[in-house]
Design a protein around this ligand. Structure first.
Ligand SMILES: NC(=O)C1=CN([C@@H]2O[C@H](COP(=O)(O)OP(=O)(O)OC[C@H]3O[C@@H](n4cnc5c(N)ncnc54)[C@H](O)[C@@H]3O)[C@@H](O)[C@H]2O)[C@@H](O)CC1
Ligand SMILES: [K+]
Length: 484
């Protein structure tokens, strides 16, 4: 699990570590790690053209020291000082000693010929969007030839939330120090950060336990264990699915298929799409009756494609009245937003899976702080909230959050949400804690999208078809080997 640490948590840990280390030592560790990544990206330093954008804080200091290291290896380094009178004195001196050139915001910055551009404008001390000089340079860097590398945080991105209020530096790589900050992996910030490289500067032992996390394939593999010798079809967790309708069976077919392909122990289906589901998935136990007619299950999924009429409402109420974990998706979210007490009064875990518009039906817009918004709704409803997005966020009522790191924009297509709820129901039926299980489901769903998109555009059914393979690859090392 990768901990996502807030600025306050990083500052607190830095304070402890700074008091125990020689002055400047942390910045040297940061700059060494940064220069190492830059050298790797450049391939070779001699003759390479590097522009360093340096603001007046320690972030600029990191960038200047890294620039000095690259210059010492033969790179042609130009430092552009955005606040010349406040530039980090030791960093600037090191850069000059190593043969780097120094200019101001309007000087010859080399951006139109650079191989690499370092963004040391602001780091975790930044507030709001970039000021005009910095914004202009960030814009030129984004459209110029150089590989853009953000130092610690892309300048203009809120490190805690990922909010981008104005102009920001669009990085292809971000080299971050001590801990990954949430703003690098969620919201708009994720798009500005590019690939994130974490440099260890020794903060780890001093960091408070993170309240937000990102799961890895290894974490998720623990949720996807193969059956043991003593398992039978019941012992692996039975999921019940209420999805689709007689007219629109698709959601029922996708959701049931995704559940079967994730944990093929036993999947029950109850609802009016019974005929279509039975035809598509003879492996499922199907009834056209109500949830109570389906037989015993350990978790329910309710809502995809069910509609919101009186019948659908009474089925939702029946499922929510059980003492089992329930995934509330799609049409069930619309109904739950009208009657949130149906969720609030539950003792068993409930996982709500809204996208932004469904989230708004609960009375507040998501806004730029996606983790914060998910946490607030989770606390209000006493439920786990899985807020879908390019980086899906999961929050539990206690404030623990997860930010998903897998997926592909190709997944923005009809039916992929039904696939997610099927995966999630199948995993929840095993009885593991709801929030981490929801995060594991989002991770696996994203991997399935990546696998299905390997050969071109995907439709949701492709994800179902490739799910067994995806489970196998997440359990092993295949995904990483194939570069997905
Ligand atoms: N504290 C430490 O021990 C370490 C800090 N490190 C670096 O130091 C950074 C934090 O340094 P600082 O606290 O000096 O803060 P920053 O360098 O992030 O930014 C502070 C400066 O930026 C200006 N500023 C704020 N918002 C701005 C905006 N929107 N546009 C333009 N200028 C703006 C401020 O006036 C101030 O001069 C980290 O991100 C990291 O890069 C690393 O060297 C590791 C060790
Ligand atoms: K920066």
């Amino acid at each position: 699990m990768i901990g996502l640490s807030t600025v306050a948590e990083v500052r607190a840990a830095e304070d402890v570590l700074l008091a125990r280390t020689r002055e400047g030592a942390l910045m040297q560790r940061a700059a060494t790690g940064l220069a190492t990544v830059c050298l790797r990206l450049l391939g070779r330093a001699p003759g390479a053209r590097v522009t360093v954008l340096a603001g007046g804080g320690n972030n600029g200091g990191d960038a200047l020291f890294a620039g000095a290291r690259l210059a010492a290896r033969g790179a042609r380094v130009t430092a552009v000082l955005l606040a010349p009178d406040r530039a980090h004195p030791a960093g600037l001196a090191a850069l000059r000693r190593a043969g780097g050139r120094v200019t101001g915001p309007d000087g010859p910055d080399g951006l139109d010929r650079a191989d690499l551009v370092l963004d040391g404008i602001v780091g975790i001390g930044g507030r709001g969007g970039l000021r005009p000089d910095a914004a202009r340079l960030a814009d030129r860097a984004a459209t110029g030839p150089g590989t853009t590398v953000a130092v610690d945080v892309p300048s203009g991105v809120d490190a805690d939330t990922g909010a981008v209020e104005g102009a920001a530096f669009a990085a292809v790589h971000t080299v971050t120090f001590g801990a990954v900050k949430p703003g690098l992996v969620v919201g708009e910030g994720r798009g500005y950060a590019g690939t994130v490289h974490l440099v260890d500067i020794g903060l780890g032992p001093h960091l408070a336990p993170a309240r937000a996390h990102q799961l890895t394939d290894d974490d998720v593999a623990a949720h996807l264990q193969p059956p043991g010798d003593v398992d039978d079809k019941y012992s692996r967790g039975v999921v019940g699915i209420v999805a689709g309708s007689a007219t629109y069976p698709g959601a029922g077919v996708l959701c049931t298929g995704a559940a079967l392909r994730t944990r093929p122990g036993l999947v029950r289906y109850a609802g009016t799409a019974a005929e279509g589901v039975r035809a598509a998935w003879p492996e499922a136990i199907v009834t056209a009756g109500r949830p109570g007619d389906a037989g015993r299950v350990q978790a329910w999924v309710v809502g995809p494609g069910t509609g919101t009429d009186d019948d659908a409402r009474s089925v939702l109420a029946e499922v929510l009245a059980t003492d089992l974990p329930v995934v509330v998706d799609a049409d069930a979210l619309t109904m739950a937003a009208r009657e949130p007490d149906l969720v609030r009064r539950r003792a068993a875990p409930t996982v709500l899976t809204p996208h932004d518009r469904e989230f708004e039906r609960f009375g507040v817009a998501v806004g730029a702080d996606r983790v914060g918004s998910a946490r607030r709704l989770a606390a209000d409803l006493g439920a786990v909230v899985l807020l879908k997005g390019s980086a899906t966020v999961v929050a539990d009522p206690g404030g623990t959050a997860f930010v998903n790191g897998t997926g592909t924009p190709e997944m923005a297509t009809a039916g992929t949400g039904d696939v997610l709820s099927g995966i999630l129901g199948a995993l929840l039926a095993t009885g593991t804690p709801a929030a981490e299980t929801a995060a594991a489901a989002a991770h696996l769903h994203g991997r399935a999208g990546q696998v299905a998109a390997e050969t071109g555009p995907l439709v949701a059914g492709d994800m179902v078809r490739r799910l067994s393979e995806t489970v196998g690859r997440v359990r092993g090392t295949g995904l990483r080997d194939s570069g997905v």
